[in-house]
Design a protein around this ligand. Structure first.
Ligand code: KIV
Length: 266
């Protein structure tokens, strides 16, 4: 067991201390993130874009994910490892169980699934079998073709009401954590207060229980040159990567990142 567990994250929420999460895909960065005190390492399917060079996360397979989870595990000491179930890996009940089992056996401590209230059944199924689940809501990159692009979600009242209700339903189904991506800051705040489980934000303002960024983004590395509004380059003014990641941890803990300029309004 790592030093950081779900119980640790729950107690950080209760104490009002922010949770730090970064994406991580290999052993060296896993070690560096551990040294900096990052509490959760997200082996995200963003690896399809930042490592593999695809233009979306859709080509990523469970095999790819398991390879990177195992690499991150080798460099990890204290952090909780969260792994994405990639596109269509949860299409059927059998696939959900088999693919989640592969990620847990590779070294994950929790899996993340993208979606909304329709995830309730598979979240219950996994939680009952000992696999904690983080539900990723708001902008869900695996459904970019339905959403018509990487756009802020929950901006109108109907969508916002639905997202609040879905968050509560997923907590009741057994989700251990929520991740909100590109959601108006006020809505993210309401959802964070409405549920007892930790809520992590990316482009969701400063009132969630914690923050996550894609490692390459916060180190100022970009294949496309397009930098989302919610990203801050933590290499600016820092002598090395270790210091940049430590600065991220310090700013999240001090609630100085994200600033209002990194958030969205309704
Ligand atoms: O895959 C990923 O890196 C993610 C983050 C954008 C939260 O899901």
């Amino acid at each position: 067991m790592p030093a950081i567990t779900l119980t640790t994250l729950q107690s950080l929420k209760q104490k009002g201390e922010k949770i730090t999460m970064l994406t991580c895909y290999d052993a060296t960065f896993s070690h560096v993130c551990n040294q900096a005190g990052v509490e959760v390492l997200l082996v995200g399917d963003s690896l399809g874009m930042v490592l593999q060079g695809h233009d979306s996360t859709l080509p990523v397979t469970t095999r790819d994910m398991a390879y990177h989870v195992a690499s991150v595990k080798r460099g990890n000491q204290d952090a909780l490892i969260l792994a994405d179930l990639p596109f269509m890996a949860n299409a059927t009940t059998e696939q959900t169980l088999n693919n989640s089992a592969q990620l847990m056996q590779a070294g994950a401590h929790m899996v993340k699934v993208e979606g909304a209230v329709w995830l309730a059944e598979s979240i219950r199924l996994l939680a009952e079998r000992g696999i904690p689940v983080c539900a990723h809501m708001g902008l869900t990159p695996q459904t970019v073709n339905v959403l018509g692009g990487y756009k802020v979600q929950g901006r109108n009242e109907t969508q916002a009401r639905q997202m609040r209700a879905d968050a509560i339903a997923l907590e009741q189904a057994g989700a251990a954590m929520l991740l909100l991506e590109c959601v108006p800051s006020e809505l993210a705040k309401e959802i964070t207060h409405a549920v007892k489980i930790p809520v992590i934000g990316i482009g969701a303002g400063s009132d969630t229980d914690g923050q996550v960024l894609v490692l390459h983004d916060m180190l100022g590395l970009s294949l496309t040159g397009r930098v989302p509004k919610f990203v801050k380059n933590f290499m600016t003014g820092q002598p090395d990567i270790q210091s940049a990641i430590s600065a991220y941890v310090a700013e999240v803990k001090a609630v100085s990142f994200p600033g209002t300029e990194h958030g969205f309004s309704a």
